[in-house]
Design a protein around this ligand. Sequence first.
Ligand code: FAD
Length: 261
Amino acid sequence: MKKRQYYQLQVLSTERLTPNLQRLVLSGDDLASFPDAPAGSYIKLLFNQFGEPQPTAPQEGQRILMRTYTVRALNKAANTLTVDFMLHGEGVEAGPASHWAQSAQPGDTIMVAGPGTSKGLAPEHDWVILLGDMTALPAISAQLEALPEQTRGYAIISIVSEADKQPLQAPAGIEVIWLVQAGSAGLAKSLLDIEWLQGEPAVWAACEFSSMRAIRSTLDVEFNVPRTQVYVTSYWREGRSEDQHKIDKREDAQQYTQLVS
Ligand SMILES: Cc1cc2nc3c(=O)[nH]c(=O)nc-3n(C[C@H](O)[C@H](O)[C@H](O)COP(=O)(O)OP(=O)(O)OC[C@H]3O[C@@H](n4cnc5c(N)ncnc54)[C@H](O)[C@@H]3O)c2cc1C
């Protein structure tokens, strides 16, 4: 098995981008050997068993909590890696990553593993739909920035408050739709509200687990979009830590594969 690669990084700056989104810019000598990551790649942030940021490579057998975050931007020339955290709850018990994002100060150290690559939009398409909540906003933003200028379609983003809207760099043919306080059914319902364009779409979605299921079912039942054109995943689950959510996700994927095969 390939040995996991760890990078020791320091917080360079921290900024509240919008009321529920904190941007941390990380830096460090280790970034020099960090692989180039395509848009939407992710990293693992390491925390110890008490939910504190892990400052050094973990010892053999040490209990570590890992939290997954999208590489919002990687600038090797400037030696920076930018991560945007959706904030939820207060204190370590509400979630070590969200807590750290709110409390981290310039100079603080954390170990990072990765990067991993996520599936993107199906490459063959006539138009696209990208949809997700604020945890997917970094991945959607990075993908929009990488799309060819002639791309048409929609980016549909569910946000906590009106003030969480942020300027997005997208092709002119992409309509950006912000859903404020839309609830777990909001993203799936938005698929019924938009005008479907001519030809084959590619759909990419990431959000909370029950929203993910609702989106998947809407695409199957209402639109019969071919499976090859769709990537729908959950980034978190209400009431479950990332470790628990990972187990739920695996079981759900197995059940769904059996159902559609
Ligand atoms: C590939 C991938 C990329 C991701 N990229 C990002 C990213 O760039 N930015 C980002 O903010 N998130 C991202 N996420 C989601 C993030 O990993 C989870 O939200 C994670 O659970 C947060 O860890 P935590 O330590 O704060 O909370 P945990 O310890 O995992 O959970 C503690 C409690 O908080 C709840 N919780 C977790 N996340 C949320 C949330 N977003 N809103 C409300 N309650 C929540 C859980 O249900 C649980 O009850 C990504 C996930 C994946 C799989």
